[in-house]
Design a protein around this ligand. Sequence first.
Ligand code: MN
Length: 128
Amino acid sequence: MPKATILYIEDNLANRELVKRVLEVEGYHVVEAEDGPTGLRRAVECRPDLILMDINLPEIDGLTLTARLRQVEALRNVPIVALTANVMKGDRERTLAAGCHGYIRKPVDIDELPLQIARYLSGMREHV
Ligand code: MN
């Protein structure tokens, strides 16, 4: 039995493969989606325990997608954690305002990632 199911919405294949490998070693089941529409569909299908959301996605950006996922009743309380290289002033506030529980900076630190995931799964939530 996997510890939890994590949906990772990310358009960059190398990032998807890296994160998937690290999280599978930790015992998580990882479901991937390469764009927003696919992410929305998979989120409804697989009922993830946590969603990792790349912010820079084609078609629908990660913040818009987060807001849409928040409108789905079954997904209302699922932690959504933004993955972003944008660390400009205001980005943190924007991710939280969109409905994310927090964010993880890119490039992902693979030693730190399992701890970050465990914290968000246990209910941690950043506040503006
Ligand atoms: Mn991207």
